[in-house]
Design a protein around this ligand. Sequence first.
Ligand SMILES: NC(=O)c1ccc[n+]([C@@H]2O[C@H](COP(=O)([O-])OP(=O)(O)OC[C@H]3O[C@@H](n4cnc5c(N)ncnc54)[C@H](OP(=O)(O)O)[C@@H]3O)[C@@H](O)[C@H]2O)c1
Length: 290
Amino acid sequence: MTLPVRQLGNSGIEVCAIGLGAMPMSLAGRPPEATALETLRTFLDGGGDFIDTANVYCQNELELGHNESLIFKALKQLHHLEVPVATKGGLRMHGDSWTVDGSPSWLRMSCENSMKNLNTHCIFLYQLHAPDPEIDILESVGELMRMQQEGMIRYLGVSNVTRKQIRRLVESAAPIVSVQNRCNLFHREDIDKGLVEFCRENRITYIAHSPVGGHYNHANFMDNRLIERVAAKHGASNYAIALAWLLQQADNILPIPGASKPESIANSLTALDISLDAEDLAELGKVGAQ
Ligand SMILES: NC(=O)c1ccc[n+]([C@@H]2O[C@H](COP(=O)([O-])OP(=O)(O)OC[C@H]3O[C@@H](n4cnc5c(N)ncnc54)[C@H](OP(=O)(O)O)[C@@H]3O)[C@@H](O)[C@H]2O)c1
């Protein structure tokens, strides 16, 4: 059976419709390296081929790039260095907290370091992690465009943006292929208010981060009787139903569920085989309203 796919913007590149969010493999409570390797192996064996990371996925400023280096090491060991890896720049770490810095100099330094961590001369997809309120987004993205012209970056994306910001980028002809925002059954503003559709009309992939509720909230979010009912009907987990729901909202949505355990990502990939009917979708439509 062929797995559902997603186009990456207008690049002509197709990826499996469920990606892997690698963040939980590097934050506090992260798994041993061998478990992280098995998680990546399970994802690739299951047909997955798009991995999301960031320079700041680590525990403190002394280990910036931890997640990127881990992914490179695992892909090398698994003989899968061809797999597209998307990373991000535009945040800094102070101790163990993140702050925004979208200055051109910081973006350039971060990108150079990410290239070293990922051991590549050209990053597949480089995303502005978040707009910096102190800096015009066109200035931050302008620096990413210069790095793209210099061959350091293949494709450009942005993250945590409003509809107004993405519209401005599109109107300025910035070659954005992806927008990565939070989107899940409980946070569906980008679907309801048209940001996802705006991206679709402009051939931009909408990468849904925190698709099962987020790093700290997923267990509470997924413990829900409405989701449970639909899950029981399909013999699926609540997580897989939440992902299948996202996949059926629009054909440009690419969810990237996080995982630090092989069984989590194996389960998330089962969403690719789930087809929700109108009754399921109506039931799930009530989730946020409970
Ligand atoms: N751009 C941004 O600002 C931003 C913000 C947040 C996240 N992200 C990206 O989006 C990715 C996903 O977000 P997230 O990791 O915060 O939250 P999430 O995907 O909503 O939840 C992640 C957690 O849920 C558990 N999980 C996921 N699928 C499961 C399944 N099928 N069965 C059982 N448990 C499951 C995993 O547990 P285990 O750890 O136990 O496997 C994982 O740690 C991140 O990894 C990161 O790459 C980006």
